[in-house]
Design a protein around this ligand. Structure first.
Ligand code: 5CA
Length: 446
């Protein structure tokens, strides 16, 4: 992609309404535009990263054997009256009527609708276990939408729902989600720590939130410092093996780690030696719930059990804050000059900076690099604007591409270009073909 043909409305000024760095950088880098409180348009650069995060979520869901569906954003209120949540949900739910004066709502979550799909089509224990999930827009009329995409009113969420015959099977589904979430976040370069949490309006007291530690996080968290040494890494796991999934849950939840909702100061002191006690802040990037028959009973979602009698299914729901993850990744990975994208989610793989636009040799070298990198199946962003080098570097640093190739007439005379790492700032001079090879190697594992 040539920058002169792209749409990258970067801002020179730091927007005054943005209180935290990720919000500031997303606005400055031209990734989003606020259209109303907590409601955003996703501009090309932001939309690209959103899609990459979404792709990783889909891939890890597929690996765990979960099945994608898509449910509507507008739902009939009657479904929610069946579970009793239509009245319970309060003012966070956006309610409306159609031309026939039928009550509708903009979905804040989808337990009722997925339960309705289940009861209409599944009747035997032989069809279990089943996990259906979607990635879909949600609306919650938050009292204080803030921090950009971190706490929006409209936001993009992966919501998955598990159906099982027994509590033991449902716990396996829960554990399977915990494992797949650990993998998902690590692939995005994040460490998200599972912490004991509260069910809130979704229900159940068997629930964990996943928190990314960050000073700007909205949740206060209390944990044993040892927990930050844990990594899932690239171990192989058989998601059908209940024992193996349970072992991962045990490993990652053995140490004290709680949000302020469930924190117990006495227990904290009992279980964690003083030098390992940490009180910090975190961003909640996901939550998993097991809530038994809370929805299946009132909504009549039953299956014929082994003895032929109908039993309500055991359910859980499992969410990832897909749009919030952009903010979380930026909070975890930036410097004074801008964003530093992890390779796995970067909007473009390499930036190409032409130091002397209009110089025949420099232009030709940049075009050749662009085409060779594109031929690898990667996406370069070629800054072909007629601008000073300083301005081009500042834009590249701001939008955070992890690698930059700088091309200028002086280097070309010696047969070299410069390859620079956004993260370390280190540069290396090498012939253009070798720069392309290096880029190929860097992205071979992604
Ligand atoms: N139905 C369940 C799981 S599928 C559910 O709705 N869970 S949730 O309420 O915990 O939301 C899941 C995730 O969505 C949260 O962990 C958080 O990362 C994200 N999220 C929740 N509210 C917002 C919001 N206002 N803005 C951005 N992301 C949000």
């Amino acid at each position: 992609m040539r920058l002169t043909r792209y749409f990258l409305p970067v801002l020179k000024e730091t927007p005054s309404e943005a209180q935290i760095v990720s919000h500031r950088l997303m606005l400055r880098a031209g990734m989003i535009r606020q259209q109303a409180a907590g409601i955003y348009s996703w501009l090309p650069l932001g939309f690209k990263v959103l899609r990459k995060i979404e792709d990783i979520v889909h891939e890890e869901q597929a690996r765990a054997g979960h099945i994608p569906i898509q449910m509507p954003i507008l739902q009939p209120a009657d479904l929610w009256r069946e579970s009793g949540r239509y009245d319970d949900y309060g003012r966070e739910m956006l309610r409306m009527q159609d031309r026939h004066e039928r009550d509708l709502l903009y979905t804040p979550t989808a337990e009722e609708m997925v339960t309705d799909i289940f009861r209409a089509h599944v009747s035997s224990y032989k069809d279990l276990p089943l996990t259906l999930y979607q990635i879909q827009w949600k609306f919650r009329d938050e009292v204080r939408p803030r921090f950009g995409v971190m706490r929006g009113r409209e936001f993009y969420m992966k919501d998955g729902y598990t159906f099982d015959l027994t509590e033991a099977d449902a716990k396996h589904a829960y554990n399977r989600h915990l494992v797949s979430y650990l993998r998902t976040y690590e692939r995005m370069g994040l460490q998200a720590i599972p912490m004991k949490a509260e069910g809130g309006p979704i229900g159940g007291d068997y629930t964990h939130e996943f928190l990314v530690l960050a000073e700007t996080g909205e949740s206060e968290v209390f944990y044993d410092a040892e927990i930050t040494d844990l990594r899932f890494g690239n171990r192989e796991i058989d998601y059908d093996d209940a024992g193996a999934c349970q072992a991962v849950l045990d490993e990652f939840t053995a140490r004290y780690a709680r949000t302020d909702d469930t924190h117990d100061e006495v227990l904290f002191h009992e279980r964690v030696p003083e030098d390992r006690r940490r009180v910090a802040r975190g961003i909640e990037v996901g939550q998993i719930f097991y809530f038994g028959t809370k929805y299946s009973e009132p909504m009549g979602a039953t299956v014929q059990g082994h003895d032929g009698k109908p039993v309500p299914v055991h359910m859980g729901s499992h969410g990832i804050g897909v749009s919030r993850l952009l903010g979380a990744i930026i909070e975890a990975s930036h410097d004074d000059n801008g964003i530093i994208w992890p390779e796995a989610v970067t909007p473009f793989h390499v930036g190409i900076v032409n130091l002397k636009q209009g110089d025949a040799e420099a232009d030709a070298a940049c075009t050749a690099l662009h085409d060779q990198i594109a031929a690898l199946g990667l996406e370069p962003l070629y800054d072909d604007r007629d601008e000073r080098a300083g301005g081009k570097f500042a834009t590249m640093d701001l939008i955070g591409l992890p690698w930059r190739i700088t091309v200028g007439p002086r280097g070309l005379k010696n047969g070299v270009v410069e390859l620079t790492s956004r993260r370390t700032g280190e540069s290396e001079e090498l012939p253009p073909e070798q720069a392309v090879d290096r880029i190929a190697q860097i992205y071979a594992g992604h």
